[in-house]
Design a protein around this ligand. Structure first.
Ligand SMILES: *Cc1c(COP(=O)(O)O)cnc(C)c1O
Length: 438
């Protein structure tokens, strides 16, 4: 469920008209709904914490650590932090942003296959909840970094459970050939090796098998294997206090079968891995942010090719603003912001960038559109603005956060002067570049 609906002949975000926002802020722009973010977090957190088998021995609710790579806007993070949400981070920049947005250090998880020594040291000094270690060399470096700081590093090992899943090969992470995690066999031996180390505190194991997973089967298979490995570690006399089950539950994009519900996910999880006497962690990203955001764009013109008769809807948003269609062949529902009539036409929806990949969809039946009309790319709150770039020297699209009838620009569009100021011309050209004339 989300808070984008038609009222008074225009699509609204909560009580704010997207037409008015587009007119005031300019297009393209991202718009996020506070109510949707809060709802998604709370529905997920409540479904899990209400399962007695998923509470820790000290009766703690699972840690829901929002995978902030999905959308790391400070306004979004602050909204989630205020609800008690934690953060799953993949860089020092993300840890810093999470802390500044009000996520307590003890709700921050640090994931990723290539943490640098400096990043690990930063995380340890800030006292984050745990580092999710993804390989032997990383564990060796963590031991060294922790020893230099005279600290004990709490970590879990990410096991690659050998169950790949996800909506596209580029977002599948649990297969044997993916770069993420290590085999269970190697993980168990690393875990045992770390148990006696003065600077390492092995707390448990983690997995994350992919993204946009619609079906519970692969998750259930992976979780069941995780249970087996927890039991095996304990049988070997090792203590296991934490189990991190990753993110990956898909969201409706309205072009494929509906994803499993959160209630079913919670039931499955409690059955597959409940009652292990651990503190559970979950790392949802897309599930929280995707349907909480839209990208609004204006039609520059409609171009009909005389040879093929194809109609191109040329927008002022492009692949630099929303990369998912170009990168993953991803589908976004594209709705007119003004309440549409019944007449439809077939459009290729494209951006102005000089790349064929700058195509959002081909031959889509849509309400008839004309120059100046606004469209909304639905479900663009996750892996949207965060992947934005200034390719073709197009300024980053601004981001707006809505709460009820109120809204705030949470990332302004840079001016052209600001963009150019970030790229100083070398001093040897001052006062002005000398241009060869001959
Ligand atoms: C990307 C990622 C997530 C979040 O995935 P979603 O599909 O957005 O829920 C969680 N954990 C890790 C380790 C990730 O890399």
């Amino acid at each position: 469920m989300n808070h984008f609906d038609y009222h008074d002949d225009a699509l609204n975000c909560e009580q704010v008209s997207l037409t008015e926002l587009a007119d005031t802020v300019g297009t393209p722009l991202y718009v996020y709904s506070s109510a949707t973010l809060e709802r998604h977090y709370n529905v997920f957190a409540d479904a899990l914490s209400s399962k007695p088998g998923l509470r820790s021995p000290r009766d703690e609710a699972p840690l829901v650590a929002y995978a902030m790579k999905a959308n790391s806007n400070m306004g979004v993070l602050a909204t989630l932090a205020a609800q008690g949400c934690g953060a799953d981070t993949v860089s020092e920049g993300e840890i810093r942003k999470a802390l500044k947005a009000g996520v307590p250090a003890n709700r921050i998880v640090f994931s990723g296959v290539g943490k640098t020594d400096a990043e690990m040291a930063f995380a340890l000094k800030d006292g984050i909840y745990q580092l999710n270690v993804e390989s032997r060399p990383e564990l060796e470096r963590l031991a060294r970094v922790a020893a230099e700081l005279n600290m004990v590093a709490p970590f879990v090992i990410r096991i690659n459970p050998g169950v790949g899943a996800g909506g596209h090969e580029k977002i599948t992470t649990g297969g044997a050939k993916d770069k993420f995690g290590i085999s269970a066999e190697e993980a168990l031996s690393l875990y045992a090796g770390a148990a006696g180390h003065p600077n390492l505190a092995p707390m448990g194991i983690a997995c994350h098998i992919g993204s946009q997973i619609l079906d519970l089967k692969p998750l259930q298979e992976a979780f069941t294997r995780m249970r087996g490995w927890v039991e095996q570690l304990r049988a070997n006399g090792l203590s296991v206090e934490r189990l991190d089950l990753g993110g990956g539950l898909g969201v409706p994009y309205f072009n494929q079968k509906e994803p499993a519900t959160i209630a079913d996910y919670a039931d499955m999880t409690a059955l597959a891995v409940g009652n292990l006497g651990v503190r559970y962690t979950f790392e949802p990203g897309r599930l929280i942010a995707a349907n909480a955001g839209v990208l609004i764009s204006r039609v520059i013109h409609v171009h009909e090719r005389e040879d093929s008769g194809q109609q191109f809807l040329v927008l002022d948003a492009a692949m630099n603003d929303l990369l998912r269609p170009a990168l993953y062949d991803a589908f976004h529902d594209i709705r007119p912001v003004a309440r549409p009539g019944n007449e439809t036409a077939k459009y290729d929806v494209v951006g102005p960038i000089c790349e064929t990949g700058d195509t959002f969809t081909r031959g889509r039946d849509m309400p008839v559109m004309k120059a100046g009309d606004l469209v909304a790319f639905m479900s663009a709150g996750a892996y949207g603005a965060v992947m934005g770039s200034e390719y073709n020297s197009r300024p980053l699209a601004p981001e707006v956060l809505v709460r009820d009838a109120d809204w705030s620009i949470v990332r302004p569009r840079p001016s052209y002067d600001e963009m150019m100021a970030r790229e100083p011309i070398p001093a040897w050209f001052t006062p002005a570049p000398k241009v060869k004339t001959a």
